[in-house]
Structure formats: structure tokens, C-alpha cells
Design a protein around this ligand. Structure first.
Ligand code: NDP
Length: 492
């Protein structure tokens, strides 16, 4: 006891405001090259045009990367076609699975390196890239490795065969995870791939080429062409591509659909969303508040299925909004590489501008804005977590995808009204329901026009579960058994 007393005297006094000490993740684990080429046929091609990719948290230049032209895309499609014909498509599924298992294991082994690079180039908090993006990316490769030799069982009596060369275009919000969602099922089914990462976040896709080398994947099975929308358009327009898989904005998705109409090419589109997170008065309130925060502030709200419209039952509106505002005050906004950070940097200046414009429209239309006090870094692209109350359904902030840390709160009285309001959107990607009644969850899930409905949770992903939209959120499913189908053709 005396010993304890003495050590107590020496212990430093706790800080008065109980703030966290910085806990930065080291950048040393990542070795960036100054310059990256295009990964085609297992080799690095020197691009004719280049651009600089930066860190959105500091605007610091990170590397020079290639802006692939139509000729480069043609070269990549040629390499993918040759690899398809040269043995990849006829390799037994059990052999293809070995490559996918290897890729999954290497991603696990190099998870820290990938997580740091993802946060550096994309601005997302390290605790998200470390605990969500990387484990899920590896899990997708593991999961589809398991299917590679079971396609006949997955689709009995339909003689599943690979489609050919898949052109894949991915966005900047989950760069490596979207790559995994696209590449893993394509390879499991025996296709080859040309993938274009988003202009602002090419670096983890380029590091992934090193994983392919380590896994000894045959040259040309996966080709990575970096560049902006022009590179994506060249891939869509290339006659040698048999299937396009696109994740991004509804606007570009529609343009791709128009371009491919009548071409016979397979197409899947995973587009935007304006999900309703619906909270009933019998829910566990504190748990719901955590789910709301996770639903909209996870990844700075750069999430196609983000719970950006909160529908609260009128009887609990005031306590819930009070709790939500208090919780917002505890969110830590700042350095993506700090392990304490909850909300990182906005991905680009363009996206920040879009968020600001929509937030201004909300204020002009009459909604009430709340932002917790937080000091944003001077350099880089930042936006404070934001809640709008007093929102009418017709306001732009209740209709349009903001793709930022901005929540619009609306109310309802009855379950019918909740369904009516939740479905009052051109989108249909996801929804959340918070209630203690299982029967009400099922009742709601049957009526909500959304590809995914979460109950008493939000933003939960699993490779075994299909994901995709209704209406302007696109068509086709990724993940699960359903995610194989777009990469196969059948004798029917
Ligand atoms: P885009 O739809 O432009 O980007 C998605 C991908 O498509 C990127 O790789 C992009 O390249 C590429 N691309 C752009 N133009 C074309 C084209 N004509 N043909 C083929 N590919 C093309 O989305 P943005 O990055 O411009 O974001 C705008 C808005 O879209 C966001 O504010 C958000 O609302 C929504 N969005 C939705 C996503 C989702 O997951 N559903 C993901 C990203 C955005 P590049 O990066 O060079 O532009």
C-alpha cells in the first residue's frame, strides 16, 4: 500500500481537457518511387503524358504517374487479350485459385504498407484503411479464390465460361477495396483485366502491381492504366473489351450505358446513392447514434451507400439530435495518419468545392446548420462534420448526393410515412432501420427500394454478400455468388 501511495505521488497529473496525444503512423513503411509507368503485360511502360498525384491532407506532391492515352489503352487491351488466349482462360479453376489465394495472403502480409499509402494518397483515416479497407480487400481475394474451382456447382447445367477481357473503372473513395471487388471475381472466372484507378488515387493500384509480381501472376492477366476520365472513356470505347464494370457517378454511368447500348458488351454499373437511415422510437438510442455517425462520417461521407438522410421518428427527434450533436463534438478531424483521427481529408479540391456548393444551397433554402467546434488544418482539403436540421424533402441537400460529411435530418410519424420518404429519391442503393422489433425490420425491408438494407447497424460489408442498386444507383451485383455472374457467359 505504501508502495502504491509513493508511485501515485510520482504519476503525472492527467491533462485538464483529456485530449488525445498525437499517435501518428510512420510513413517509413512506404517506399514511393518518384515516377510510375503503366503496368501492361507484366512490364512498366513509360507513358507519353504524365500528371502529379498528391496527398489531399497536405497538398504535398507524392509521385508522377502516367496519363494513359487511347494508344496505351489499346496496348493494355492487347496484352489482356493475349494473356486470355495464352492459357489463363483455360487454366483449371483450382490453379487460378492458387494465384488468388497468394494475392490475398500477400495483401495481408503487406497490409500496413498498403493502409498507410491509401491514407496518404486518399486522405482517409488510417484506422479505417487499416481496419476496414485492407482486411476487406484481402477477404475478397480469399472469398473468390474459393469459388474459382466451383463455378460448375455455382451455376449447375449452365456451362459457365469466362467472358474475355474485362475493362474496369473505379472511383477514389475506396481505391484498393474497389480494385479487389473488381479484380477478384473477374480472375476467379477466368477473365483478364484492364483496370483504371481514379485520377486522384492511383498509388495503391500501382503498388498492387508489385503484389502481382510477387504472386507470379502470368503477364497480361491484370493490366493497370492510370489517367483521368479520358483514359476511362478510351477503355469503354475499345472494341476489344468484352465487359465493362464501372463504379462512380450516375452521370458518367449513364454516359457509359448510352455508349455501350447495342454493342453486346456486358455492363455493370454501381453508381451513387442517397440512403435513408431510419430511426424508430423503440431503438437503442445510443447505439443508433453510433450507427448514424458511422453511416455518414465514415470515410468523410465519401461512400456511395452513406446514410446521408436521417429519418427520425418525431417522438424522439429532440433527444436524438441532442445526443448526435454531443457525439459530433468528440469526433477528431485531422491528420489521416494519426491513429486517433475519425474524419480525415476531403479527397480533392473539386470534391470540396462540390460539398461547399451543396452546403450553401442548404443554408439558402432554409435548413439549419450545425458544425461542432473544430480547428481544421490550414493546408489540404477539409470540411467539418455537418448536420442539417429543418430540412424539407425538396431541398437539394435531401435530394442530391453530397458525397461528403454532411447529414440531412428529416422526421416521420408512422412506418408508412418513413417508407414513403425513404423511397422518395432517384437512387436506391442502401438503407438502415433502427428498431428493437424484428417484425418491423422485415416489414420495412420488404418495402424499401434499396439494394442493401441494414438493421441496427450500418456500412457493414462482407464479400459473401451481394451489393448493388436499384434505379439510378445502377444495376448488377458485386460480392457473393451474384458477383460471379457478370463475369461469365452461359450456354443457354
Ligand atoms: P466519376 O464518375 O467521374 O469517376 C469514377 C471513375 O470514372 C473515375 O475513375 C473516373 O476517372 C472515371 N471516368 C470519368 N469520366 C469518365 C468517362 N467519360 N468514361 C469512363 N470513365 C470515366 O466520379 P467523380 O470522381 O467525378 O465524382 C463525382 C461525384 O460522383 C461525386 O461527388 C459523387 O457524388 C459521385 N461518386 C460516386 C461514387 C460511388 O461509389 N458510387 C464514387 C465516386 C464518385 P477520373 O478519376 O479521372 O475522373
Amino acid at each position: 500500500m505504501a508502495e502504491l501511495d509513493r508511485s501515485g505521488e510520482r504519476a503525472p497529473a492527467p491533462p485538464a481537457d483529456w485530449t488525445y496525444a498525437p499517435a501518428p503512423e510512420s510513413r517509413d513503411v512506404v517506399r514511393l518511387r518518384d515516377r510510375y509507368g503503366l503496368y501492361v503485360g507484366g512490364e512498366w511502360l513509360e507513358p507519353a503524358e504524365t500528371y502529379q498525384t498528391i496527398s489531399p491532407a497536405s497538398e504535398e506532391p507524392l509521385a508522377v504517374v502516367g496519363q494513359a492515352t487511347a494508344a496505351d489503352v489499346d496496348h493494355a487491351v492487347g496484352a489482356a487479350r493475349a494473356a486470355f488466349a495464352d492459357g489463363w482462360s483455360s487454366l483449371p479453376g483450382s490453379e487460378r485459385a492458387k494465384y488468388l489465394f497468394r494475392i490475398a495472403r500477400i495483401l495481408q502480409e503487406r497490409a500496413r504498407e498498403f493502409a498507410v499509402l491509401e491514407s496518404l494518397n486518399g486522405g482517409k483515416p488510417i484506422k479505417e484503411s487499416r481496419d476496414v479497407d485492407l482486411p476487406l480487400a484481402a477477404a475478397h481475394f480469399f472469398y473468390y479464390a474459393g469459388w474459382a474451382d466451383k463455378l460448375e456447382y455455382a451455376f449447375p447445367n449452365r456451362r459457365p465460361r469466362p467472358v474475355g477481357v474485362a475493362g474496369q473503372i473505379i472511383p477514389w473513395n475506396f481505391p484498393l477495396l474497389m480494385l479487389a471487388w473488381k479484380i477478384a471475381p473477374a480472375l476467379a472466372c477466368g477473365n483478364t483485366v484492364v483496370l483504371k484507378p481514379a485520377e486522384t488515387t492511383p498509388l495503391t493500384a500501382l503498388l498492387f502491381c508489385d503484389v502481382l509480381r510477387q504472386a507470379e501472376l502470368p503477364p497480361g492477366v491484370v493490366n493497370i492504366v492510370t489517367g483521368d476520365g479520358r483514359t476511362g472513356a478510351a477503355l469503354v470505347e475499345h472494341d476489344g473489351v468484352d465487359k465493362i464494370a464501372f463504379t462512380g457517378s450516375t452521370e458518367v454511368g449513364k454516359a457509359i450505358q448510352r455508349r455501350l447500348a447495342g454493342s453486346g458488351k456486358k455492363l455493370t454499373l454501381e453508381l451513387g446513392g442517397k440512403a435513408a437511415n431510419i430511426v424508430f422510437d423503440d431503438c437503442a438510442l445510443d447505439q443508433a447514434v453510433e450507427g448514424i455517425v458511422n453511416g455518414i462520417y465514415f470515410n468523410q461521407g465519401h461512400v456511395c451507400c452513406a446514410g446521408s438522410r436521417l429519418l427520425v421518428q418525431e417522438s424522439i427527434y429532440e433527444p436524438l439530435v441532442d445526443k448526435l450533436k454531443r457525439r459530433l463534438e468528440t469526433l477528431r478531424v485531422g491528420d489521416p495518419l494519426d491513429k486517433n483521427t475519425d474524419v480525415g481529408a476531403i479527397n480533392s479540391a473539386t470534391q470540396l468545392e462540390k460539398i461547399r456548393e451543396l452546403v450553401e444551397s442548404g443554408q439558402e433554402e432554409g435548413a439549419e446548420i450545425y458544425q461542432p467546434p473544430c480547428r481544421l488544418p490550414e493546408k489540404g482539403y477539409w470540411f467539418a462534420p455537418t448536420v442539417f436540421t429543418n430540412v424539407a424533402q425538396s431541398y437539394r441537400i435531401a435530394q442530391e448526393e453530397i458525397f461528403g460529411p454532411v447529414l440531412s435530418v428529416l422526421t416521420f410519424r408512422t412506418p408508412d410515412e418513413a417508407v414513403e420518404k425513404a423511397n422518395n429519391t432517384p437512387y436506391g442503393l442502401s438503407a438502415g432501420v433502427w428498431t428493437e422489433k424484428g417484425s418491423r425490420i422485415l416489414w420495412m425491408a420488404q418495402r424499401l427500394r434499396a439494394g442493401v438494407v441494414w438493421a441496427n447497424t450500418f456500412n457493414r460489408f462482407d464479400p459473401t454478400s451481394p451489393f448493388g442498386g436499384y434505379k439510378e444507383s445502377g444495376f448488377g451485383r458485386e460480392g457473393g455468388l451474384h458477383g460471379l455472374e457478370p463475369y461469365l457467359r452461359f450456354d443457354e
